[in-house]
Design a protein around this ligand. Structure first.
Ligand SMILES: [Mn+2]
Length: 230
């Protein structure tokens, strides 16, 4: 394959809140069929709530052998890391899906492999490429990306009136679950948290074609949706 052909096939896949939905993630990854040229962006909250946090991180570490993987830090990764370090988040974390995550490792912090901790610690506040800004929860209006507070980046729910800080870039986020299982599509801003752990779908958007891939943890259903059809 010549360089131009490789370049033309370069794709960016963006995955919403996985929340321990290992089966749904496995289905998506098989359909995505990534190459070394591709980038997969995880919008955060890969762990907690669902049954397979350990299995999800195993799948993501394996994915790193085949393409570039970017993890955005979600509030659940933050709580898990804080709990492991003996921080104040532990009670909150265990009650909000952390118990399930810990059980997927066998029940104790010492069961969590170093590679998994390092992966969680690699989570970024945000990331951007030429066409998109990737963030877990939200952005405070009028505040530059590097000065955003963690409360906004990881915790603040969408109102539905969000606007991209850069008219030339679309914002892709998760965190605010969409009760119909479909992405929330605003003007230049898309939320991909489609409530995978709660009986809806895990969603992936391929940003050049705007093709949406969705997989279901329990039924193992898979479907494609065009963004323009939402
Ligand atoms: Mn979240």
């Amino acid at each position: 394959m010549d360089e131009r052909a490789e370049q033309s096939e370069k794709k960016t896949f963006v995955i919403g809140d996985i929340h321990g939905c290992d089966i749904a993630l496995d289905i998506l990854l098989n359909r995505m069929d990534v190459t070394q040229q591709d980038t997969v962006v995880l919008l955060g909250d890969v762990v907690d709530r669902g049954p397979g946090s350990k299995e999800v991180i195993d799948l993501l570490l394996n994915l790193k052998k085949f393409c570039k993987v970017v993890l955005i830090m979600g509030n659940h990764e933050e709580m898990m890391l804080d709990s492991m370090r003996g921080g104040a988040s532990e009670g909150l974390w265990l009650q909000h899906g952390g118990q399930e995550a810990l059980e997927s490792y066998g029940g104790s912090y010492s069961d969590i492999p170093f590679e998994h901790v390092a992966f969680l610690e690699s989570g970024k506040d945000y990331w951007e490429n030429e066409t998109e800004i990737f963030v877990h929860a939200n952005l405070q209006p009028e505040v530059p990306l590097d000065y955003q507070e963690r409360e906004w980046l990881r915790w603040t729910r969408l109102t539905g009136f969000e606007q991209s800080p850069n008219p030339d870039k679309r914002v892709l986020c998760g965190h605010t679950p969409q009760p119909n299982g479909l992405p929330l599509v605003l003007d230049n801003w898309i939320c991909l948290d489609t409530w995978a752990y709660n009986g809806f779908y895990l969603t992936c958007l391929e940003t050049t074609t705007n093709m949406i891939y969705q997989a279901h943890q329990e039924t193992q259903d898979f479907r494609y949706i065009r963004l323009e059809d939402i």
